[in-house]
Design a binder for this molecule. Structure first.
Ligand SMILES: *[C@@H]1O[C@H](CO)[C@@H](O)[C@H](O)[C@H]1NC(C)=O
Ligand SMILES: *[C@@H]1O[C@H](CO)[C@@H](O)[C@H](O)[C@H]1NC(C)=O
Ligand SMILES: *[C@@H]1O[C@H](CO)[C@@H](O)[C@H](O)[C@H]1NC(C)=O
Ligand SMILES: *[C@@H]1O[C@H](CO)[C@@H](O)[C@H](O)[C@H]1NC(C)=O
Ligand SMILES: *[C@@H]1O[C@H](CO)[C@@H](O)[C@H](O)[C@H]1NC(C)=O
Length: 757
């Protein structure tokens, strides 16, 4: 009896708690007109920043979101990554750094809104644009067009995500943080190539989205024919000239490219804070309502998620928060101040359109607060070289530097100018310094060869498309065959050449299990012809083993999903002296997906001790080699990186967690860097880049949560040959104020000599 009485009391308490929670999270309305997002009756301009949850870790999320909030963000934007959530058809994964709901709850508890870009095509420099590879192999499917098979898959996944959000009460209409959702992504850029089917597809996307009944507005970016009630939005470096296709829609900028992504073999992009601020001020001067940084924190392409091909593991993007989560000085501070200044004018800017007066060399745009009559002005000088002085009559004279915008409270008092950083950022924060410390001595390495005994899984008399065979299971596909040389080996075959045409992305060739060499495209394309001299041919049977490697599947462009990869429909020839030629193209080819070390978990220290790792003298410069060592975690709480100088190309794991592909031997081309960055004038990704002649990426982020206090294990799979004894573990401290000088190179990081050096 008494226990049931207790139960009743408990139930009453629970009811009480429940009512309390409900009252805290009551639904709110999100609507809009041409001058504001109207959230819970408040007329708002919104500053948002992209943070993609799989590009950091759950342990990093609260800090990144807090820094976003302190930096003046109102909202966090993210894509949803279909390939991560449904790696096999019908098998879903929302754990670890794929825990979308947990990420959004962190954003919510920080008091920020969410813009959820479901896609589910996301581009994002993400392998295959976020599509799971298995989609490609469904019979009859054609992606991103009016195709019933594809539309069914897209609708199933979109509904899955919407239902997940509804169950967690994530939409504003349910009291949650999501104020906007996106369907498709930049389809307008490529729609023409799909003809009429493209047009009917986008109409279907809109209807399918509306039928999800989420209670907040839907957007479509780069879609000038977006059907109502979809709001079309702008992506780009500048969006002041953009106008939505419905005069009642707010002008929104879903991707403000604050920098650019890094590609293997290229220098590291940089976009000056002054030009970023200029672009944003111009946008709000011209009736902008919502601006989202792409990216606010770019982060890391862990595992094999980098797209491309040839997109680097660092996705730093020169964002206000750097890859490791440190502040990117002075961009972070300069933009934080811009946000504060814009918010001063929020009431005026959302009252009605700006009224522009032209002065000689400058445009003055005035917004007036309907309720109070207070004014707020933008004064812009779009000339690249010429500063201009404007006489604002009663308000005196004001000089506006070239390529800058001044923000004027009451249209009289300059509270911000996009070109004046020094005014508010301490000189010590002017340069983005990261102090790298090396706390480690030499390491004891063990190594293990990747076996060349290749167990065949499939045989065909032709060369197949790599992604069709691997279905996303690995970067690697073996193409092997045997061939006969009938005659005695004479000068014809002592100095032969092997020639393989491939659609990419890198190829390692072996004859009779001896390495011939490695090659990849270097001209920005991905098709290339592998051509190297081969020795060791013998009379009778010979074997040829070709390991084709993808470096991120294509993620952008019309029909990107059908872009061939690997040796598909290519030619394979052994060319001897004279006119001797062995054409192996139509041989019987045997296939094996992935490495033995992948299937046997060589990269996982919990499973790999049963293999005979070789100790003693360290083998260097050997292709297809696994390396392992233990190390102590650097102390403190600063982010940790590993400098992989000395290695060639491959993949790295820390305590079994992938930290991504590595390729420090790939030097950025020598030209295209400028000693001094002039922020004035139109930005493009090749302007102001740095790191020419240095490795495109030398430092690789190790999230703290991957580490234990001691006995950490790093495992490397080296494809082309390297020297792991040169690597070192470092911390990446926010070095503002350290006074050390900036140096180019690495993942956008500047390096100071270690204090010990
Ligand atoms: C502010 O006033 C202008 C001019 O009277 C009007 O067009 C506009 O709708 C008003 N804005 C709001 C938000 O009331
Ligand atoms: C910028 O100003 C200079 C000097 O007055 C002038 O020659 C040039 O045409 C201007 N450029 C633009 C784009 O207006
Ligand atoms: C300027 O605006 C501020 C607040 O927006 C107000 O307190 C002040 O009185 C205004 N000054 C003038 C000269 O209008
Ligand atoms: C062997 O090949 C090299 C280039 O790989 C070439 O320079 C040389 O002439 C060749 N020798 C013979 C005997 O064909
Ligand atoms: C390769 O050739 C086959 C047979 O001609 C063709 O059906 C297929 O579409 C081709 N694949 C690619 C990726 O070019």
């Amino acid at each position: 009896m008494s226990s049931s009485k207790h139960m009743l009391v408990l139930v009453l308490v629970l009811v009480h708690v429940f009512v309390f929670v409900v009252s805290l999270t009551c639904a709110f309305d999100v609507s809009y007109d041409s001058k504001a997002l109207i959230i819970n009756g408040q007329r708002r301009i919104i500053i948002s920043g992209s943070i993609h949850y799989p590009r950091s870790t759950p342990e990093m999320w609260p800090d990144l979101i807090r820094k976003g909030k302190e930096g003046g963000l109102d909202a966090i934007e993210t894509y949803v990554f279909w390939d991560r959530h449904e790696p096999e058809k019908g098998k879903y994964d929302f754990t670890g750094n794929y825990d979308l709901v947990a990420f959004l709850k962190h954003v919510q508890s920080a008091g920020l809104y969410v813009i959820l870009r479901i896609g589910p095509y996301v581009c994002a420099e993400w392998s295959y644009g976020g599509f799971p590879a298995w989609l490609h192999n469904i019979p009859g499917i054609e992606l991103r067009t009016d195709n019933e098979v594809y539309k069914k898959e897209m609708e199933t996944f979109t509904t899955k995500i919407v239902n997940l959000m509804k169950e967690a009460k994530m939409f504003a209409s349910q009291g949650g943080p999501i104020i906007l959702a996106q369907i498709e992504n930049e389809y307008g850029n490529i729609m023409d190539k799909y003809g009429e089917a493209g047009k009917s597809y986008i109409k279907w996307c809109a209807q399918m989205a509306v039928a999800q009944n989420i209670g907040v507005p839907w957007i479509m970016c780069q879609q000038s024919d977006a059907p109502q009630p979809m709001i079309n939005t702008c992506n780009g470096y500048y969006c002041h000239d953009f106008k939505p296709n419905n005069p009642k829609s707010p002008k929104m900028w879903t991707e403000n490219w604050i920098g650019w992504f890094t590609e293997w073999g290229k220098p590291v992009p940089h976009r000056a804070a002054e030009d970023c601020a200029y672009a944003i001020a111009r946008f709000f001067q011209t009736d902008g309502v919502l601006m989202n940084y792409y990216m606010y924190h770019g982060g890391t392409n862990f595992g094999r998620t980098a797209g491309g091909p040839y997109i680097a593991t660092s996705y730093d993007y020169d964002a206000p928060l750097d890859e490791y989560g440190n502040l990117n000085h002075p961009k972070y501070e300069h933009l934080r101040q811009l946000h504060k200044s814009l918010k001063v004018g929020e009431k005026a800017m959302t009252s009605g359109p700006g009224v522009t007066t032209k002065y000689v060399g400058a445009d003055l745009t005035t917004y007036t607060n309907n309720a109070t009559g207070e004014t707020f002005c933008f004064l812009s000088n779009t000339n690249q070289t010429q500063d201009v002085t404007v006489d604002l009559m009663g308000a005196g004279k004001l000089t506006v530097p070239a390529w800058s915008v001044s923000i004027l409270q009451n249209c009289t008092k300059e509270i911000y100018n996009t070109a004046k950083i020094g005014d508010r950022v301490s000189p010590s924060a002017m340069e983005k310094n990261i102090i790298f410390e090396n706390p480690l001595g030499s390491l004891d390495w063990a190594w293990l060869p990747e076996p060349l005994k290749i167990k065949t899984q499939l045989k065909e008399n032709r060369l197949l498309d790599q992604k069709t065979v691997t279905v996303g299971a690995s970067d690697y596909l073996w193409y092997t065959t045997t061939f006969n040389i009938d005659e005695q080996i004479s000068w014809t075959w002592t100095n032969a050449t092997i020639s393989v045409t491939t659609k990419g992305h890198a190829l390692h060739a072996f004859v009779n299990k001896q390495i011939v060499g490695s090659q990849w495209a270097t001209d920005g394309k991905y098709e290339f012809t592998f051509q190297k001299p081969v020795s060791g041919l013998k009379q009778g049977a010979n074997s040829l083993e070709l390991l084709s490697t993808t470096v991120g599947l294509a993620n952008y462009g019309a029909f990107f999903d059908t872009v061939p990869v690997g040796l598909v429909n290519g030619t394979v020839q052994i060319i001897g002296a004279g006119n001797a030629k062995l054409d192996l193209t139509s041989n019987e080819w045997s296939y094996k997906v992935g490495l033995t070390g992948e299937s046997k978990l060589y990269y996982d220290p919990n499973h790999n001790t049963k293999f005979k790792w070789k100790k003693g003298e360290l083998v260097k410069g050997r292709a297809l080699t696994w390396y392992m060592t233990q190390f102590e975690a650097p102390g403190g709480t600063d982010p940790v990186v590993v400098d992989l100088t000395g290695l060639g190309k491959g993949h790295a794991w820390i305590n079994g967690h992938s930290i991504g592909r590595y390729w420090p031997s790939y030097m950025a081309k020598n030209d295209g860097c400028t000693p001094k960055c002039d922020y004035r004038g139109q930005y493009n990704s090749e302007k102001c880049q740095h790191g020419c002649g240095s490795p495109t990426q030398r430092y690789y982020h190790i999230p703290r949560s991957f580490l234990k206090p001691a006995d950490n294990v790093i495992i490397l799979f080296e494809e082309i040959g390297g020297d792991p004894s040169k690597i070192s573990f470092l911390t990446a401290a926010d070095g503002a104020g350290s006074g050390c000088t900036a140096a180019a190179g690495g993942s956008g990081a500047n390096v100071c000599p270690s204090p010990a050096a």
